[in-house]
Design a protein around this ligand. Structure first.
Ligand code: SF4
Length: 280
């Protein structure tokens, strides 16, 4: 067994929250830089240049690169051989979020009740997903999700006979309807299979798979490429100003499902794509 101090968890989450909101991921800025070579519209190119400039200013002046610093989502891979030095693991994750959002002057965006809507004042509670894994490793992935992109995401239960063509039209419809709202260029996390509660989680996991990564099976890699091409044929372009680069990547994650179902979830992510992960 390996013992992990909860104070270490708090410090780690605090750091991840600030870094993910202040420093654009290098892979993401490289992706946008490459997109400049593909973009055909002058306005689209101008927008992409502004996004790169924004990321540079945020890092240099140590400020968040988007005002919506989002809901904190934390994915944990918890080894079966890990124990903590005291009770309260979830409290520690929330304390890290609380400290990070306070210290980093990140916008507090969480209301305590969806209808009564009083701000909790510290951006907690975080949304936490814990997966038990073998061994003694502890991996924490922190993601900040703004509402602009989250609100444009969708789940649908298709008929199995609708197949890949049905999935494609659902994704394209969702992206078209979203237009400029999720701040393109976007990344698509596409969940296929499972059931109603599992499929959005597949899509979120796919989304945070890592920029530049490919699906482990060629069957799905080809589908990711096909969908990316069709999304970029829509002409929405950077920030919805028109152009070639609407999406940068499509990530698929699939799971077994019922013979009578074809669950699909489309998670749209904005260009900010804020996440960080560490293994403790
Ligand atoms: S969609 Fe993303 S980039 Fe746009 S305002 Fe929301 S968090 Fe910021």
């Amino acid at each position: 067994m390996r013992t992990v101090r909860l104070e270490k968890i708090i410090e780690t989450v605090e750091k991840l929250a600030i870094e993910s909101c202040y420093i654009a991921k290098k892979e993401m800025t490289e992706k946008i830089d490459n997109a400049l070579k593909i973009e055909t519209s002058d306005l689209g190119k101008h927008v992409l240049e502004k996004l790169l400039e924004n990321a540079q200013i945020a890092e240099k002046e140590w400020i968040p690169y988007c005002q919506d610093t989002g809901v904190a989502i934390i994915f944990v891979e918890l080894g079966e051989e890990v124990i903590f030095d005291s009770p309260g693991f979830i409290d520690a994750l929330n304390e890290g979020v609380r400290r990070g959002y306070k210290k980093g002057y990140l916008r507090k965006s969480i209301v305590n009740d969806p209808l009564r809507r009083e701000n909790t004042g510290d951006n907690t509670p975080a949304i936490v997903h814990i997966k038990l894994v073998k061994g003694d490793r502890l991996r924490i992935k922190f993601c900040a999700r703004g509402s602009g992109s989250e609100n444009m995401s969708k789940v649908k239960m298709l008929k199995p006979a609708e197949g890949w063509e049905g999935i494609k039209s659902f994704v394209l419809e969702t992206v078209k309807e979203a237009g400029p709202n999720p701040c393109p260029p976007i990344i698509i996390g596409l969940g296929i299979g499972g059931n109603l509660e599992k499929v959005p989680l597949l899509a979120k996991n796919a989304l945070y798979r890592g920029i530049g990564s490919e699906h482990r099976e060629t069957f799905y890699t080809e589908k990711e490429k096909e969908l990316l091409e069709e999304i970029n044929n829509l002409g929405i372009g950077p920030q919805g100003m028109g152009g070639r680069v609407t999406a940068l990547e499509v990530h698929i994650e699939e799971a077994p499902c019922h013979i009578g179902s074809l669950p699909v979830a489309v998670v749209i992510e904005c260009h900010a794509h804020r996440y960080r992960e560490v293994e403790l």
